[in-house]
Design a protein around this ligand. Structure first.
Ligand code: T46
Length: 135
């Protein structure tokens, strides 16, 4: 387990042969956090923008298990844009970043590994409140 505090792409070890590919999350070393929850976003409507909130404490790893989409992360001052286009990489998102997921290609799916169970009190869903919280 590492003490990562910055967002970034994590390579997911992937074994490939003539039958296809298998990507193994447990072999990421060091893994950025202990996984307590897995959820996945799929069947996204054309042009939909998901997210638009921040988390106070939650760490997440977002993986494009199918198709492609873009994740924008804003720390209150700067924005970073990540294109997720392979099941063999994940985006580590630490707490304190306003995130949007957008530009989903048809049939794409986002699998999210999270460090805690669902807790609505961990969300900041108002952007002005997020900017105040960052100060
Ligand atoms: C995030 C991005 C990447 C639950 O009841 N349990 C859950 O574990 C989750 C994730 C959601 N929900 C409920 C809460 C809402 O009533 O499902 C509904 C849709 O959730 P939300 O609008 O938060 O979905 P997204 O796609 O905007 O955000 C989700 C995660 O909530 C969030 O943590 O970082 O994916």
């Amino acid at each position: 387990m590492s003490n990562r505090t910055k967002p970034g792409i994590v390579q997911i070890p992937t074994i490939s042969n003539e039958l296809g590919n298998i990507s193994i999350v447990e072999k990421i070393n060091p893994f950025p956090f202990q996984i307590k929850r897995v959820y996945y976003i799929h069947g996204v409507s054309k042009g939909a923008v998901r997210g638009s909130h921040a988390h106070k404490n939650l760490n997440q790893l977002i993986i494009a298990v199918s198709g492609q989409f873009v994740v924008r992360l804003h720390d209150g001052v700067n924005e970073q844009k990540f294109s997720l286009d392979s099941p063999a990489k994940g985006l580590f998102v630490p707490p304190g970043y306003w995130r949007t997921l957008e530009e989903f290609t048809l049939g794409s799916a986002a699998m999210v590994l999270a460090s805690a169970e669902y807790d609505e009190t961990d969300y900041i869903r108002d952007y002005e409140e997020f900017l105040q919280w960052k100060k």
